[in-house]
Write a protein that binds this ligand. Structure first.
Ligand SMILES: [Zn+2]
Length: 289
């Protein structure tokens, strides 16, 4: 399986009981805070165990808030500051402003629908949620500007990767040739199978052979979302050396990751976060724990 640059992609980090991930490609980028959570180190029970970060699950809201606190505090953020959109498996990109801080911090208080967030303002924690889908972490250190995009099957079919790169360019004059991009863990092509109809949508779009799409047992098609997203990013102008994949599969690693497919929908979500450092006012989202 092609996975270029995974050594610069997400790696496990430990802080006490908390296991999370950071990518060397972005860690070397001054003034950018980023991380991807694992399921380890949280307080949720049962199918949601342990560090579920999303409200749109069967989890208790208080648990989600506590899990977010455990993940965010070492990064310098409070759960009240979280910014998130309602992910609808599309390719809509939303520009985030200072007034949006905290829109995503509680059930019923979201930015609205969208699957990618972009900003050039410091101190705004852009977040995305996934359990098999990919999160794309993007930085243009020259602006600077950051983006976090959610790309599952439908978002990938709609070229979310290309859409978010184009939005960074049109809003902030960001340059694809300068952008650094890291893909989160997601479901691998061996684990992810789709039926003929869905495979047909990808085939019509030109994704008709390995490493993107291939037939396993007759009628069962394997889809590699990461391979397609990498190709879309290169087409959008990202340089190969500035693009890092990930060697981890959400479905293959039940001890570390939630997987919607593997767990038949009864599962939690990992959180991805990216922000530009600064902004000054710290816990502006309401102060204190
Ligand atoms: Zn897998």
């Amino acid at each position: 399986m092609v996975d270029t640059g995974s050594e610069k992609g997400f790696q496990l980090r430990r802080q006490g009981d908390l296991l999370y991930m950071q990518a060397p490609l972005l860690a070397g980028c001054d003034g950018v805070i980023h991380a991807f959570s694992t399921r380890r180190g949280g307080c949720s029970k049962g199918d949601m165990a342990a560090l579920n970060t999303a409200f749109h699950t069967d989890d208790d809201t208080g648990n989600v808030f506590e899990n977010r606190r455990r993940f965010l505090e070492p990064l310098g953020f409070h759960p009240n500051e979280v910014i998130a959109a309602i992910q609808v498996h599309g390719s809509r990109v939303r520009r985030v402003e200072a007034v949006d801080r905290g829109r995503g911090a509680a059930p019923g208080n979201f930015l609205g629908e969208g699957d990618a967030l972009i900003t050039d303002l410091p101190g705004l924690p852009l977040t995305g949620y996934a359990a098999d889908c990919l999160l794309l972490f993007i930085v243009d250190p020259g602006v600077p500007a950051v983006a976090l995009a959610h790309a599952g099957r439908q978002g990938t079919l709609e070229n979310m990767a290309g859409a978010v790169v184009a939005a960074l360019n049109s809003h902030f004059n960001a340059d694809p040739a300068r952008m650094l991009v890291v893909l989160s863990p997601g479901i691998c092509g061996r684990c992810y199978t789709v039926e003929r109809d869905l495979a047909g949508d990808f085939r019509e779009d030109g994704w008709c052979k390995k490493p993107y799409l291939w037939e396993g047992t007759p009628g069962e098609f394997h889809l590699d979302l990461a391979a397609i997203n990498r190709r879309q990013l290169l087409r959008a102008g990202i340089r190969p050396g500035n693009l890092a994949g990930c060697r981890w599969c959400s479905s293959c690693s039940p001890a570390l990751f939630y997987s919607y497919r593997r767990d038949r929908g009864k599962t939690g979500r990992m959180m991805g976060l990216i922000a530009l450092q600064g902004g000054g006012d710290g816990a502006a989202g309401g102060g204190g724990a």
